[in-house]
Design a protein around this ligand. Structure first.
Ligand code: ZN
Length: 281
């Protein structure tokens, strides 16, 4: 089907896409809540079945179950469409600020990252209808925490695919995302020494104060020129993002170099995928 025809059909059916997006956004699916993500996957599976997909739920003990959907097509040259069902938003967020459309813009927790992407995958596959090659959709449930329980599954599915498209929604301009930053999570620990404020305050070491210093140090490591971006948060520890391997090394060394009373652990959990382009087949 020519792209222009596909686009006009997607536009004709936009209200159904938005309805699916609304239902998805109004269901919380935080990475850390297996029950909620499982319920989300239970809802989503039949949506893909209804448009001709064969679904398989891959169990995960700690995180939500992963969803694999297969659309048959001739030949063995398979395309893998990759996405995730989990979001960074907490249980109850959807009730507090449910899906809405304001000034032509859809809003709500996870509407961009990446329930909007799932809605587009579903709509595009629905309109294409029959495929010139097999298509697999893989939606993992722990992407926002580094894909610890789905990594093997993703690697297995990707290895036998001709092409893998990660269908996170695009940036302004609408282009397909073809590169990504690597991510590493670090935990910075500070150990204090107890002392009495009235008797011997000079003997004490305040761990909170030390962490405050380290947060400033950490933010100094950010270096837009080498694509390194470090941020600290109370909920998620320290997250470092880097656009290249050299950037990753820089970010890791920087955090590991925390001296004095603080120590950092861990390193990159997902490597950067620098920009790459190949001719379509
Ligand atoms: Zn995402």
């Amino acid at each position: 089907m020519p792209m222009q025809d596909l686009l006009s059909r997607l536009r004709q059916h936009q209200s159904e896409t938005l309805r699916l997006l609304e239902t998805m956004v109004n269901m919380d699916s935080p990475s850390t809540d297996k029950n909620l993500v499982d319920a989300f996957v239970k809802f989503l599976g039949p949506q893909f079945q209804a448009i001709g997909g064969q679904t398989e739920v891959v169990h995960s003990d700690r995180f939500g179950d992963h969803l694999v959907v297969r659309f048959p097509g001739p030949g063995t040259s398979r395309v893998l469409l990759l996405g995730h069902t989990d979001t960074v938003f907490a249980a109850g967020d959807a009730a507090r600020r449910p899906f809405r459309i304001e000034n032509g813009r859809a809003k709500g927790p996870g509407v961009f990252d990446m329930k909007g992407g799932i809605a587009l995958v579903w709509s595009a596959l629905r309109q294409i209808g029959s495929f010139p090659r097999p298509v697999t959709v893989l939606l993992n449930s722990d992407e926002e925490v580094g894909s610890p329980s789905s990594r093997e599954l993703i690697e297995r599915e990707a290895q036998s695919a001709q092409a893998v498209l990660v269908l996170e929604p695009s940036l302004p301009g609408g282009a397909l995302k073809t590169s990504r930053k690597g991510v590493g999570r670090f935990t910075v620990k500070a150990t204090g020494r107890a002392a009495h404020t009235g008797i011997d305050p000079e003997r004490g070491i305040n761990a909170i104060e030390e962490i405050a210093h380290q947060v400033f140090e950490l933010h100094r490591l950010s270096d837009p020129a080498s694509g390194v971006d470090q941020s600290a948060s109370s909920e998620r520890g320290v997250a470092g993002r880097a656009g290249s391997e050299s950037g990753e090394e820089l970010a890791t060394k920087g955090v590991a170099g925390f001296g004095n009373n603080a120590a950092a652990c861990a390193g990159p959990s997902r490597h950067a995928l620098p920009m790459s382009r190949s001719k379509g087949r």
